[in-house]
Design a protein around this ligand. Structure first.
Ligand code: HEC
Length: 111
C-alpha cells in the first residue's frame, strides 16, 4: 500500500513539473518571438481570454499564423510563422498563453 502511494505521489510531481516546464518554454518563445512587436508583454497576454488563445493556437497555431500573414504590418514575422520552428513550439506557446489569459487568474513570476 505504501508503495502505491509513493508511486502515485511521484507521478503527480512528475506531471506537475513537466507542465510547468512547458509553460516556461512557452514563455521563452513568447519573450523571444512576440515581444518585439507586442511589447505590452504580460498585459498583451492577459488582454485575451483562455478561449481566444485556445482558438488561435489550435491546429499548431494555424489561426495565429494566418492572422499575421494577412497583415502587412506584421511582415517581419512572416518567416517565423511559416517556419517549422514555430509549428514545433506552438504547444508550449499555447500552454503559456492560456495559463496567463485574462480569466486564468494567474500572474507570472518574473524569473
Ligand atoms: C513582426 C511583428 C510581429 C510579431 C513577431 C508578432 N506579431 Fe502579433 N501582430 C503583429 C501585427 C502588426 C498585428 C496586427 C495588429 C493590428 O492589426 O493592428 C498582430 C496581431 C496579433 C494578434 C491579434 C490581436 C491584435 O492585437 O490585433 C495576436 C493575438 C497576436 N498578434 C499575437 C502574437 C503572438 C502570440 C506572437 C508570437 C508568436 C506574435 N503575435 C508575433 C505583429 C507581430
Amino acid at each position: 500500500m505504501k508503495k502505491l502511494i509513493l508511486i502515485f505521489l511521484s507521478l503527480t510531481v512528475l506531471t506537475l513539473t513537466s507542465s510547468n516546464a512547458a509553460i516556461y518554454k512557452g514563455q521563452r518563445v513568447f519573450v523571444k518571438k512576440c515581444l518585439k512587436c507586442h511589447d505590452a508583454g504580460q498585459n498583451f497576454v492577459s488582454k485575451y481570454k483562455m478561449r481566444t488563445w485556445k482558438k488561435l493556437m489550435k491546429k499548431k497555431g494555424k489561426k495565429l499564423a494566418a492572422l499575421h500573414l494577412k497583415k502587412r504590418k506584421a511582415k517581419k514575422s512572416w518567416k517565423y510563422f511559416r517556419s517549422k520552428k514555430y509549428s514545433k513550439k506552438t504547444k508550449h506557446l499555447k500552454q503559456f498563453l492560456v495559463e496567463y489569459a485574462r480569466d486564468s487568474g494567474n500572474v507570472p513570476a518574473c524569473n
